[in-house]
Design a protein around this ligand. Sequence first.
Ligand SMILES: Cc1cc2nc3c(=O)[nH]c(=O)nc-3n(C[C@H](O)[C@H](O)[C@H](O)COP(=O)(O)OP(=O)(O)OC[C@H]3O[C@@H](n4cnc5c(N)ncnc54)[C@H](O)[C@@H]3O)c2cc1C
Length: 495
Amino acid sequence: MCIGVLVWAILVLTLLPALGASVAALFPTLLGALCAGGVVGPGVQAALRAGRSRRLPVAAGAGPGRRRVVILGGGFGGVSAAKRFEQLLPWTPWLDVTLVSQRNYLLFTPMLAEVAAGSVEAGNVGVPLRAACPRTRFRRAEVLGVDPDRKVVHLRRGDALETLPYDHLVLALGAVPNFRNLPGVATSALTLATLEDARRLRDHVLGRLEQADHEPDPAERRRWLTFVVAGGGFAGTEAVASLFDLVHSVLRYFPHVRASEPRFILVHSRDRILPELGDRLAGYASGKLVGRGIELRLGVTVAGADADGVELSDGERVAARTLVWAAGTRPSPVPVVGPEGGRRADPGQGAVPVERTLRVRGRRDIWAVGDCARVPDLARPGTTCPPTAQHAVRQGRAVADNVVAALTGAAPEPFRFHGLGFLVPLGRQSAAAELRGMRFSGLPAWLLWRGIYLWKLPGPQKRLRVLLDWTIELLFPRDIALTTSERHQAPQAVE
Ligand SMILES: Cc1cc2nc3c(=O)[nH]c(=O)nc-3n(C[C@H](O)[C@H](O)[C@H](O)COP(=O)(O)OP(=O)(O)OC[C@H]3O[C@@H](n4cnc5c(N)ncnc54)[C@H](O)[C@@H]3O)c2cc1C
C-alpha cells in the first residue's frame, strides 16, 4: 500500500496538478492507488522470495534428523542468516534455529547519525528481532564464551548463567570500538555504535550548548563549543556533518551563543578523508565540509584526551569537552572457554579467520560472518571483505545456505559478493555516492541516500515512522529536550 501512496503522491498529486488538473478531483484516485499498491507490493515480494528460494542448498533425500543451529548476534549478519533459515524451513523442518543476542532488536546503523542529530527518533531505527524473525527461537542473553569441545555456548541471562548446546554455530557478534590504548580516550570519548551512544551524543552536544549559553569566560565557552571527531572514514565524516547540522539547527534556542562560535574539527590520519571514495568525490566531500567552516586536521591522529582537551599526534592540544571516536573498531571478542567455563583462549584483537565458505578454519561445525569474521574477498583476491552491512547481510544468507548444505551432504559454496558502492551523507541535504561505478553528489546523492536507506530499513512500520520524522523535521525545529542522564558515562571501554 505504501507503493500505492508513493505513486499517487508523485504521479497524481504532483505531476497531474502541474499539468493543470484540480487536486480535489484527483482525490478518488487515492483509493485506486491504494488498492493497486496493495496488490503490486505483495506480488513483487512473492516474486522476489521465489527468486531467492530457487537456489536451494538442500541435497536430495531425507533430512538428517533434528539439528540445532545457534546464531550468536542479532545484527545484520545474524538476522539475515535467521531469515534465510526461515525461508528454507519448508525444506528443512528438522532444523531448530536459535538466535542469541544482547539486544532484542536489529540496529539499523546507517541511520545512527540521524538519531544523534535529532532528526530521527531513536526507537525508529531498531527493528524487534522477534518481529523480524518470527519463526526463529530468540534468546536475549550475553554470550560469555564458546566451548567447541562440548559444543555448547555459555550465556548470561540476568544473573543466571546457562549453557546452550548446538550442532552448528554461527558467530555474528559484530565489532566494538577500539581505542588503541590511547591515554584517556576510552574514558573521555563518546562513540556512535549503539542506540544508547546516539542518544547520549545528542544530549551531550545539547548539554554543551546549555553550558555555553551562560558561560561568561571566553576560554571556557570555547571549550564547551569545540567538537572534535576522530576518524575521517564514513562514520566520522557523517558524524561531524550531523553534529554540525544539529548545533546550527537549534542555535535559535541559545541566544547567547553566536553562530560563529561553535567549532567542529575532523581529525584524520591520512592526507584525505573518505579513502574508500575516488579522489573527485572525496574532494567534493572535503570541500562541502570546509565550506561550512568544519576544520579538517589531516595527516594527524588523536594521541590522547582528558575532560578538558584532545592531544593530537603533532603535539597540538585542542581545548575541547567533546571527542567523538570514529577512528577504529575491532571484532567483538569470542572467548573460547574450557569445560568448567574457565577461559582457555581468547582470539583477542583479531577477527575469526574463515574459509571461502564462511566456515571457521579448522572447525567443521562453526561458521562466522560480518564484522567479527575475516572473510576472503573473492571479488578482490588477496584482500578480505570490508566490515559493512551490505557484506554482513549477504554473508548471513550464504552461511544459512552452507549450513543446510553441510547438514544434508551437499557441498557448501564459496561466498562471493561485489560491493554495491558507498553512500555518505554530508549534512544540509547533500551527500556523496558511488554506486556500481556511477558517481553522484549534492542533492541527488542525498535523495538517493534517503531513498535507498528508507527502502532498506526492515519493515513498513519503521519506514513510515522514519518518513514521518523526516517530514516533521522539514516543518518544525529539532527538539532540544535532554532525555538521558546528565552525567557523562564512558562508553563500553575496549582499551
Ligand atoms: C554509525 C555507523 C554507520 C554505519 N553505516 C553503514 C552504512 O551506511 N553502510 C554499511 O554497509 N555499513 C555501515 N556500517 C557498518 C555496519 O553497521 C556493520 O558492518 C554491520 O553492522 C556488521 O554486521 P554484523 O552482523 O557483523 O554486526 P552487528 O550488526 O554489529 O551485530 C552484532 C550483534 O551482536 C550482538 N552482540 C555482540 N556481542 C555480544 C555478546 N557478547 N553477547 C550477545 N550479543 C552480542 C550485538 O548486540 C549486535 O546485536 C555502519 C556502522 C556504524 C557504527
